[in-house]
Design a protein around this ligand. Sequence first.
Ligand SMILES: Cc1cc2nc3c(=O)[nH]c(=O)nc-3n(C[C@H](O)[C@H](O)[C@H](O)COP(=O)(O)O)c2cc1C
Length: 385
Amino acid sequence: MEWRSNPIAKWTVRTADGRLSLMSSSLGTLFRISTWGESHGGGVGVVVDGCPPRVPITLDEIQFELDRRRPGQSSIVTQRKESDTVEILSGVLDGLTLGTPISMMVRNEDQRSRDYDEMKDKYRPSHADYAYDEKYGIRAWSGGGRSSARETIGRVAAGALAKKVLASLGVEIVGYVEKVHSLRADIDPRTVTMSDVEANIVRCPDQKAAEQMLEHIEAIRKAGNSVGGVIGCVARGVPAGWGEPVFDKLEADLGKAILSLPACKGFEIGGGFGMTDLTGLQANDEFEADDAGIVSTRTNFSGGIQGGISNGMPIVVRAAFKPTATIMMEQHTIASDHSNTTIKGRGRHDPCVLPRAVPMVEAMVALVLVDHALRQRSLQHFMGQ
Ligand SMILES: Cc1cc2nc3c(=O)[nH]c(=O)nc-3n(C[C@H](O)[C@H](O)[C@H](O)COP(=O)(O)O)c2cc1C
């Protein structure tokens, strides 16, 4: 292709404000994160810009979230051996944020590039290999490069910080596995707790369903296959008023953030697609006020957001994750010269991405909410509140 010999000709694209735009690895308006790094490069990390000063944060609090996402944490996740030890390079002094850019990084320790030799010239079905090659004309083939779930380390580290800011505003975020393949759990987002979620390695707070899910994932792993499922996430304590009315609707920003996670193929808010089975009489969230004038709704099909703005009810979202692309079974594909061939996965992969994706979904919810919290604060400042 001609542009491969002159990539700048293809890539000189200017945004409305005149910046040169090559690719986007950033998210957020006031609380802005930029992630960096490839799976088999030196390491991965994040720069957080716009975090308020004097937020108390410890390495242990960030490490706690990273350990929930870490490979090798149980028998049903990839066995890549990474300690994922986080280092804070800037922006924090004596356990308090400085208000300056916060840079965090994790060094890659356990690359086994030989497992990917075949993938140098062949495209894994449903992975990012083909699309990256078509877009850039080059790809970090080893370990999946930037399309690897290792990229999410930066998101989870930044999410830990966002959670701390939100906790000071009374907001609590809990993610949980709701469905694995066709096995569904019964979870009440109003009451689910992080300790129930962390009580088993599947991260499903319905302990009975978790046992069945565990057995199923073990069997799928032994067969060299993979399965997907659904992660739910609730944010409790969000006051009414966060979010914007049109393009930056709170659910639109949540949807974008969550769908940007690797392997995520679906997003729902509140009643979601299920509401299409209901009538208005059934689906409308009727308002009521208690004696103190505190407003709530009798049901929460809106998932805590109406008109793009939070209404004070718990924000409830759902994310669908597909079965892991790399499986230990032979499938049809093409080589980089577009000849037909077959491929069989090698190396260490997650038979089901769900247990490790729970902290990632929580992080994305936290990052969107903290950004909108700061936006609402600045609006209130101008309104003199
Ligand atoms: C927690 C987590 C772990 C993952 N582990 C693997 C893996 O071991 N092998 C793999 O092929 N894909 C894995 N993925 C998914 C790929 O990164 C993803 O499917 C790929 O980049 C293609 O992007 P897409 O599925 O969003 O289209 C994982 C995703 C998540 C969220």
